[in-house]
Design a protein around this ligand. Structure first.
Ligand code: IMP
Ligand code: MG
Length: 179
């Protein structure tokens, strides 16, 4: 793996190969779980786009995809705030097996809000899949159905995760260097 010499990187947490291998495993679990279902993956813009598309490419079952975005609350301090939907889904989720796909579940506020909102729209089922889980900062207890990695309490970039809107396109996960 070639790692660019970026001064913002403290250390690599998971290499591109490790991320891809784990995504393939989780995709196999999802393919098996929703084999007889009506899977629709819902991504949260912009962070989960990279993970969602990587996951979708490894599925062996049909899948629909839709996106929403939420209002930004502080990008820099990670402080949880009031979350609202800024751009809604294009289509209804009625009767579908909804899988909310997140880049990272941190405090859990975002995922809880989105799961509650989507549950109110008449899906057949609703599940949560996240690339990263940082349980140390969890405030809202949540059931995570599928996850790739648990991570320590450090700010992470790459694979869709940004710092000041940069580094989403890194193909590996890295810990940001503290200021
Ligand atoms: P929470 O679970 O509601 O606290 O919010 C999680 C959201 O905060 C994620 O979807 C990310 O957009 C952002 N976030 C949390 N931790 C990180 C991180 O380590 N790097 C980049 N974004 C993060
Ligand atoms: Mg996010």
């Amino acid at each position: 793996m070639k790692v660019p010499a970026l001064p913002v990187i403290d250390r690599v947490l998971f290499t591109e190969e490790e991320v891809h291998r784990r995504i393939r495993e989780v995709a196999a679990e999802i393919s098996s779980r929703y084999r007889d279902g009506n899977l629709k993956m819902i991504g949260v813009l912009k962070g989960s786009v990279f993970f969602l598309t990587a996951l979708a490419r490894e599925l062996t079952i049909p899948v629909k995809i839709d996106f929403l975005s939420i209002s930004p609350f502080s990008n820099h301090t990670r402080a949880p705030g009031v979350v609202r939907i800024a751009k809604d889904l294009d289509d209804s989720v009625e009767g579908e097996d909804v899988l909310l796909v997140e880049d990272i579940v941190d405090t859990g506020f975002t995922a809880r809000y989105l799961l509650q909102t989507l549950a109110g729209r008449g899906p057949n089922s609703i599940g949560l899949c996240t690339m990263l889980d940082r349980p140390a900062r969890r405030i809202v207890p949540l059931k995570i159905d599928f996850k790739c990695f648990e991570i320590p309490d450090r700010f992470v970039i790459g694979c869709g995760l940004d710092y000041k809107q940069l580094y989403r396109n890194l193909n590996f996960l890295a810990v940001l260097k503290p200021d």
